[in-house]
Design a protein around this ligand. Structure first.
Ligand SMILES: [Zn+2]
Ligand SMILES: [Zn+2]
Length: 315
């Protein structure tokens, strides 16, 4: 009988398995051992929020594709109804499940994190940070109308409703409020990683504003200055690329160019919501970062954020 290697493994011949009745067994070796790839990802959603898949399924995928450092970042519980957030009662289960799964994967560094929204007076990093290894701080909500928080990266209809009802269709004010909230987050309670920094562009770029307008560049510059002071890491997030919601990474390459000039540290994340998305579009993000001139990225390694070389093979 012939055994085919599972997806992601090479066949490496036969081995004799000792025992009272020695048996011959087919050997399989994971492909990543031969590719020299060593990716990391510190923005991943498993099935505790709107993500899919278990922690174990994610870690099996890590072995297959060569991710050696992973941080789980379900959407943090939020004190109002939210379809895509983790339920408060799931939080201890989530922490336990990560702790348990880690034991079976000693070859992978596994970290406990959350993607935490920042809404002043409602939710912030320090509500959770003491129980975690790191936090991703993201702005999904800006201001509110009719008793609901305005979700800027939801559908175009929701975006346009909030834009009209809160900001009287003034896109400069709306985007200004988004970046002002980002600055307040990093200056008052900074996360380890700033999540999808310019995601507000998905419902407005090209139709309501252009990135080369001076007011927009000024917002970005002021925000990068605040991030630089806070010492937070900016993630290069590939989700917009593979979900076809953005033609470029978050943030856009011209912003990454400024980030490199300012020596703000970066890391490369996919914001996966399924194990299959774990390193999606990393291969296309690499040349973007390399062309801009990045030589290193930050990886949580042995419990410390460490600058490691960005190479053609990951990091
Ligand atoms: Zn997010
Ligand atoms: Zn996310």
């Amino acid at each position: 009988m012939w055994y085919y290697p599972p997806n992601g493994y090479f066949s490496a011949g036969f081995a004799v398995v000792p025992g009272s009745k020695p048996r011959i067994r087919k050997c399989f070796i994971p492909k990543y051992l031969f590719t020299c790839k060593m990716w990391s990802n510190f923005h991943t959603h498993a099935g505790y929020c709107d993500g899919k898949g278990t922690i174990v399924e994610y870690l099996e995928t890590c072995r297959r594709v060569g991710v050696r450092h992973i941080g789980f970042t379900s959407h943090a519980p939020i004190p109002f109804p939210c379809k895509w957030c983790m339920k408060q009662e799931s939080f201890p289960v989530y922490l336990d499940d990560i702790r348990e799964a880690k034991k079976a994967f000693p070859d992978i560094e596994v970290y406990r994190g959350l993607e935490v929204d920042f809404i002043p007076g409602v939710i912030t990093m320090s509500d959770f940070a003491s129980k975690l290894d790191f936090t991703v701080g993201s702005i999904h909500f800006v201001d509110s109308f009719e008793g609901k928080y305005w979700e800027v990266d939801n559908t175009r209809d929701i975006f346009e409703e909030g834009l009209e009802k809160i900001f009287n269709n003034d896109i400069r004010k709306a985007i200004g409020a988004y970046y002002a909230r980002t600055r307040e987050m990093v200056l008052t309670d900074p996360p380890d990683i700033v999540g999808h920094m310019d995601k507000i562009k998905i419902n407005s770029l090209g139709t309501l504003f252009e990135e080369d307008e001076p007011w927009y560049i000024a917002e970005i510059d002021e925000t990068l200055k605040a991030i630089s002071e806070s010492k937070a890491i900016v993630e290069v997030n590939t989700r917009g690329l593979y979900k076809k919601r953005s033609e470029t990474t978050y943030p856009s390459p011209w912003i990454l160019d400024r980030i490199r000039e300012m020596r703000i540290p970066i890391t490369l994340n996919s914001d996966s919501h399924h194990p299959d998305e774990l390193i999606k579009e990393f291969d296309s993000a690499y040349p973007i970062l390399s062309d801009i001139g990045f030589k290193a990225i930050s990886v949580l390694k042995n419990g410390t954020w460490t600058s490691v070389p960005l190479t053609e093979y990951g990091k």
